[in-house]
Write a protein of this length. Structure first.
Ligand code: RB5
Length: 142
């Protein structure tokens, strides 16, 4: 399942991406926010992370203005590996090397077309394991 979360600055792009998934008949869970009224991004990360962690196959896609706040907040949970991706290459490596389970996108710096390209790459790329799994296991020691 794909879990969507955003603050007010990510709302417009989140809505565009939700519409894209609807057209593709892909179900999403949207934990908000549901308007451009100013909110605090940690509240929506908390709700998004809880949903993502309900099933190991779940993927989160979070949106804020820069993507930075959402990334910092999401990674407070040791079971979340959130990656702020602004290029298709970053999305590819976030999955291959980091086994990221949350993709974070900057709503104020990405248009819909580029965001969809990044999302498609993220959702279709598998974790490579091997040395990268060793490194991910070491994250728990920090
Ligand atoms: C909201 O103005 C903005 O600070 C927020 O969306 C995000 O970019 C924070 O990192």
């Amino acid at each position: 399942m794909i879990i969507l979360a955003c603050d007010h600055a990510g709302y417009t792009l989140k809505e565009e991406i939700k519409e894209f998934f609807n057209k593709e008949n892909i179900t999403t869970i949207d934990v908000g926010t549901y308007s451009t009224e100013s909110v605090d991004y940690p509240d929506y990360v908390k709700a998004g992370n809880a949903k993502v962690l309900e099933n190991s196959n779940n993927i989160g896609i979070y949106f804020c203005g820069t993507g930075i706040g959402m990334s910092i907040a999401a990674n407070k949970n040791p079971k979340i590996r959130a990656a702020l991706c602004t290029t298709v290459g970053f999305a590819c490596l976030a999955r291959k090397h980091n086994d990221a389970n949350v993709l974070v996108l900057p709503g104020r710096y990405l248009n819909k077309t580029k965001a969809i390209r990044i999302i498609k790459e993220f959702l279709t790329t598998n974790f490579e394991g091997g040395r990268h799994l060793r490194r991910i296991r070491k994250l728990k020691e920090i």
